[in-house]
Design a protein around this ligand. Structure first.
Ligand code: G3D
Ligand code: MG
Length: 198
């Protein structure tokens, strides 16, 4: 009887677990975003911005958000590391692509990198959230400006859910809305990419 009840309890309390990649060019603000997500959803004071070193390996955070568990993987953004991203594509449930809205000089490089990612067969149908980061900086490109640059390749997004949202990872503005968008899409795409259960 105990086994039956504890089995039922486990079944009822088990949580869906998802994996989300955070990628983008180096210096876009990926690690700052991860620290911000940790501080909002785990109540952990994030690292002070001056303590965030360029990511060489992988930063991970496992966060309980609403009724699900989300593992965020912040992969390094340097060009040499882009080939490593691909190893995670088949396992991820969604991708967050962070753009430095203050760096118009690198927008084309950014678009090429994004295009390479979305045309990889291993992420077909996976929801993609693009974040126009650093919106706290005066004169930063707006979502509309960034969309214009990425419009040329929008057709390659296919039938997947995608969105561009403005955020400031540093100050936290927009981060909650971005994560809300993500959670809904993870759950909507459950049939294509089933979560694991813990
Ligand atoms: P990365 O992990 O994508 O390489 P980091 O990027 O998170 O290391 O951030 C790179 C730099 O951008 C850091 O500045 C960081 O403080 C800054 N940054 C990240 N997000 C924001 C933001 O929303 N607004 C502003 N103003 N700056 C941001 P430093 O000076 O430490 O290199
Ligand atoms: Mg980093």
């Amino acid at each position: 009887m105990y086994t039956l009840l504890s089995g039922l309890y486990k079944h009822l309390t088990r949580k869906e677990e998802y994996y989300v990649l955070i990628i983008g060019l180096d210096n876009a603000g990926k690690t700052t975003l991860l620290e911000r997500i940790k501080s909002i959803f785990m109540g952990i004071a994030g690292l002070a911005p001056d303590r965030i070193a360029p990511t060489v390996g992988l930063n991970i955070a496992k966060v309980d958000i609403k009724s699900v568990k989300v593992n965020f993987w912040d992969l390094g953004g340097q060009k040499e590391l882009h080939s490593i991203w691909e190893r995670y594509y088949s396992e991820c449930h969604a991708i967050v692509f962070v753009v430095d809205s203050t760096d118009s000089k690198r927008l084309e490089e950014c678009r090429d990198t994004f295009e390479k990612m979305i045309t990889n067969d291993a992420v077909e149908g996976v929801p993609v959230l693009m974040l126009a980061n650093k919106q706290d900086v005066l004169g930063a490109l707006k979502v509309e400006d960034i969309k214009e640059v990425f419009n040329k390749i929008a057709v390659k997004l296919g039938a997947r859910d995608s969105r561009v949202l403005p955020v400031s990872a540093l100050e936290g503005n927009g981060v909650r809305d971005a994560v809300d968008w993500l959670i809904l899409r993870l759950q909507r795409n459950k049939m294509n990419r089933p979560p694991s259960y813990r």
